[in-house]
Design a protein around this ligand. Structure first.
Ligand code: NDP
Length: 293
């Protein structure tokens, strides 16, 4: 028989993930802003816990989806002695490997298990239940975690020990950021030279430079001028910082990653606080004196 699942962090991506979990498992949720948890409970039939400790008391399996590993550490600490042998924390946050190893160690003291389980596929993938999940942890803990991530996943891979999932996720997202900046700069130049942006994107999408950025993000957010907000620039900037630490830990020198990290760090204060990750292209447009349309 499956265990009751606790879900902590009903943000932009956590909410649709939790909705899939609640369709399959008896689910208890906690969110810092209580009104969001109450709204979620009304829609999904899940129950709301009064605090992280109360949630952990009644759920052997807990999924977290928070901004960084720091907030995960806070929640682990807040639940304190409620953690015990048999508990499993599945951390869907895009965290950092060192923070995850510390979080795993603090749970090990209580004989509980930890698996890092970051996701890729965006809010639309979460809504459709087609996310990619990168699992880091022991064979036993990962084997157990698979059952609970399955409701929102299409591809689930065990990529290594604790921290490996978060390392892979950070590199993946750094590649996304590199691509956004490179595509933005290239399209700004083409538009200035008289090539309509839509025609340029159509050609690139039938050529070797195509990517998720050119096929999806640019048409739906930039060419349309809709500038949808699904994943904040602040969170992608955080992921770039994690990717730099991953490269440094591995002793791999890089030209590109630090330069894109600098770009995001400098662009962010000039954008709205809630700006989406693609909105850095507005900074490229301003600097070039052109709109990509
Ligand atoms: P949001 O900013 O939309 O939501 C963050 C969630 O964390 C909210 O539930 C928020 O609570 C909670 N939270 C923030 N600070 C604290 C705290 N100190 N203590 C307790 N809870 C806290 O983020 P997303 O849902 O977009 O992202 C969550 C994670 O998933 C991040 O690591 C992100 O990088 C990753 N991710 C996001 C994707 C996306 O497309 N959005 C795609 C893939 C990964 P409250 O409601 O009170 O603010």
């Amino acid at each position: 028989m499956s265990e009751r699942v606790g879900f902590i962090g009903l943000g932009a991506i956590g909410t649709p993930m939790a909705r899939h979990v609640a369709r399959v498992f008896d689910t208890v949720v906690w969110n810092r802003t209580v009104s969001k948890a109450e709204r979620f409970a009304t829609e999904s039939g899940a129950r709301v816990a009064s605090d992280p400790g109360a949630l952990v008391e009644e759920c052997a399996v807990v999924i977290t989806c928070l901004p960084t590993s720091r907030e995960v550490a806070e929640v682990i600490g807040a639940a304190g002695r409620a953690w015990r042998a048999g508990h499993l924390l599945i951390d869907a946050t895009s965290g950092d490997p060192a923070g995850s190893r510390r979080n795993a160690a603090s749970l090990t003291e209580r004989e509980a298990d930890f698996v890092d389980a970051p996701v890729s596929g965006g809010t639309s993938g979460a809504e459709q239940g087609t996310l990619t999940v990168m699992l880091g942890g022991s064979d036993a803990a990962v084997g157990r975690a698979r059952t609970y991530v399955a409701p929102y996943a299409r591809k689930v891979e065990h990529v290594g020990p604790v921290g490996a999932g978060h390392a892979l996720k950070a590199i993946n997202n750094a590649l996304l950021a590199l691509n956004i900046v490179a595509v933005g700069e290239g399209l700004a130049a083409l538009v200035k030279l008289g090539v309509p942006a839509k025609r340029a994107v159509d050609v690139i999408n039938a050529s070797s430079g195509r990517s998720n950025v050119t096929e999806n993000l640019i048409p739906e957010r930039v060419l349309s001028r809709a500038w949808l907000r699904t994943f904040s620039a602040a969170l992608l900037d955080k992921d770039l910082g994690v990717a730099l630490a991953v490269l440094e830990d591995a002793g791999v020198a890089s030209e590109l990653y630090p330069s894109v990290k600098r770009f995001y760090a400098e662009a962010r204060p000039k954008l709205d606080p809630g700006a989406d990750h693609v909105e850095v292209i507005k900074r490229i447009e301003e600097a070039a004196g052109v709109e990509i349309r």
